[in-house]
Ligand binder design. Structure first.
Ligand SMILES: NC(=O)C1=CN([C@@H]2O[C@H](COP(=O)(O)OP(=O)(O)OC[C@H]3O[C@@H](n4cnc5c(N)ncnc54)[C@H](OP(=O)(O)O)[C@@H]3O)[C@@H](O)[C@H]2O)[C@@H](O)CC1
Ligand SMILES: Nc1ncnc2c1ncn2[C@@H]1O[C@H](COP(=O)(O)OP(=O)(O)O)[C@@H](O)[C@H]1O
Ligand SMILES: [K+]
Length: 510
């Protein structure tokens, strides 16, 4: 697998383990890193008149000295602008000594039109906001519209969380090493990276395996093996039955979007559970999706007992208040209804099911901790996240990744913290960052569709973390491919080619 995302600490551990295992030493890794960056510069900018390499005092700067040596050796006009000098006897000092160019002080950095900047100021070791000459260099490169190639990370972007510290370069391409880092995928860092090129510098998969990484880029590699495909003897109830709760007569659309998405994602049967006074409006709009009255927890228990649903969606269009809390708690405590033939694989709480617990989130978290509680997946956007986890949301020291992890642990739930950089986190600390979406997905009802896909996959027996990851990726992929003009109604149909490819790519099924 190459979808692991390494924190700066994990990357330096990978570095250490590789050197300890031999035969590659530190300068060997640095040479390969510099060679990869130089190759990218030569490939992308063959007509560049002048390359300016900005070198910091650490190993990121060390990579920069290697780049400058190779470019100069290839006949490219190259200037090094250095901030500080490498620590004596460090790999960076060795790289600088091997480079024939005399560095100029970064304070004087200037460049003409047609120039390229290689940003090797700070990478994994960024420890404080950019200021002084480094900040001025960012402003100069920006003002002159110079294309920037970043080494490992655009200086100023935190590798751990994607935050911009002070200022940051906006690169056209970022060449990183061995594995991506969370800061390449989380916003705003992702927006500063441009295209990301992953270079192999000799840190083997076996080394990465020793790190027991728990953060991943979301994609089929993570969950395709588990993606449900109906067996030859499938019947509809073997493919899972999803119940989706509808709001009142003027708020039924969200549940139907969710229900349709659950059906498209492969659930064999889907039932909209409607208040009595919204039965008519729901009936007028449903065809393959079934409809049943559910006004209170007695109705829910009867549905569970009789129809053996395997997953539920509660929240879209449902309304905020006591009734929602009652329904949520009835579902979380429905374990007593289980016998060997009645199994609820999971619950998806979205929208109003989240907001309804803003005054007393612990009540929900406590219920989800009970031994018989079904697996819970929550799908908050920023606003909903802040209602349920105000202290975590307000903690400026935490990245979105860290916030999602903290929330998942507290709530004993899979938390899908939505947005352009959706993070999916599990209570055990596993987390995935999603990066295949597009802003076309920012359209009313898009989130309702997502909750239905999660439930559809849960109902088919996918493990909750993987069901959530797969749903987020499929939803994003469908929206990105559809592109301009997307409305939520389009998403269930736009999923079809995505699902087809997933099924066709499952190794055992070809
Ligand atoms: N690990 C690997 O496998 C490989 C890693 N490689 C490369 O090494 C890079 C990591 O190197 P690194 O650890 O030396 O850190 P780096 O980013 O050079 O910065 C540290 C220096 O900068 C300083 N400094 C930081 N922020 C600052 C600021 N805002 N303003 C001013 N100063 C600031 C900081 O100062 P201090 O915090 O000590 O005060 C320290 O002196 C990595 O990104 C990759 O390119 C490759 O060679 C291949 C193999
Ligand atoms: N700029 C964006 N890029 C990618 N995905 C996005 C973007 N904006 C929103 N999304 C996705 O669209 C969905 C919106 O959900 P939500 O905010 O709940 O909307 P609604 O309540 O209208 O259904 C989420 O899955 C979110 O991750
Ligand atoms: K850099």
């Amino acid at each position: 697998m190459s979808n692991e995302l390494l924190s700066p600490a994990e990357m330096s551990e990978a570095d250490r383990l590789t050197i300890a295992a031999g035969p590659t030493d530190g300068i060997g890794l640095m040479r390969r890193a510099g060679e990869a960056v130089a190759a990218e510069v030569l490939k992308r900018y063959p007509a560049a008149t002048h390359v300016h390499v900005l070198c910091g005092p650490g190993n990121n700067g060390g990579d920069g000295y290697v780049v400058a040596r190779i470019l100069a050796g290839s006949g490219v006009v190259t200037t090094i602008w250095a901030s500080g000098t490498p620590r004596p006897e460090s790999d960076a000092a060795l790289a600088a000594a091997l480079c024939p160019l005399k560095p100029r002080p970064l304070s004087g950095f200037d460049a003409g039109a047609g120039s390229i900047v290689v940003d090797a100021l700070y990478g994994a070791g960024l420890s404080k906001p950019l200021s002084g000459d480094a900040a001025k260099a960012v402003d100069t490169a920006t003002a002159l519209h110079l294309p920037v190639v970043a080494v490992d990370l655009p200086s100023g972007v935190s590798g751990a969380g994607g935050e911009i510290m002070g200022r940051a370069f906006r690169a056209e391409v970022t060449v990183t090493f061995a594995r991506k880092k969370p800061g390449h995928l989380l916003l705003p860092g992702r927006g500063q990276c441009g295209e990301i090129v992953l270079a192999d510098i000799g840190i083997g998969d076996g080394i990465i395996a020793q790190l027991t990484v728990s953060t991943f880029e979301n994609g089929p590699d993570l969950w395709l093996q588990e993606f449900p495909v109906p067996a030859v003897d499938a019947h509809k109830y073997k493919r899972g039955h999803v119940g989706v709760f509808s709001g009142g007569p003027s708020a039924t659309g969200a549940a139907r979007l969710s229900a349709l998405a659950a059906a498209r994602s492969g659930a064999g049967a889907v039932t909209v559970l409607s208040p009595a006074n919204a039965m008519q409006v729901n009936a007028a709009h449903l065809t393959s999706v079934m409809l049943r009255k559910a006004d209170d927890s007695v109705d829910i228990d009867a549905f569970i007992g009789e129809r053996r649903p395997s997953a539920f969606v509660l929240g879209p269009g449902f309304g905020v208040g006591e009734r929602t809390r009652k329904f949520a708690l009835a579902l979380l405590t429905s374990g007593h209804l289980r016998d060997t033939s009645t199994r609820i694989d999971g619950l998806v709480f979205d929208a109003d099911a989240i907001t309804s617990f803003r005054e007393a989130p612990d009540v929900m978290f406590e219920a989800s901790r009970q031994p018989n509680a079904p697996a819970l997946v929550m799908t908050p956007h920023d606003g909903e996240f802040a209602r349920l986890f105000p202290d975590i949301a307000g903690d400026e020291t935490l990245s979105k990744l860290a916030k999602a992890r903290a929330a998942a642990a507290r709530a004993n739930a899979i938390v899908v913290y939505k947005g352009a950089d959706t993070v999916i986190a599990a209570p055990n600390g596993r987390a995935a960052i999603n990066a295949n979406g597009a802003p076309w997905l920012a359209t009313a009802g898009s989130g309702d569709v997502l909750s239905g896909i999660v439930a559809g996959l849960l109902a088919q027996g996918m493990a909750p973390f993987h069901a959530a990851c797969a749903a987020v990726w499929i939803h994003a992929e469908a929206g990105r491919r559809f592109g301009p003009g997307l409305i939520a109604e389009d998403l269930p149909m736009a999923m079809v080619p995505v699902l087809r490819e997933l099924v066709e790519n499952q190794p055992d099924l070809r």
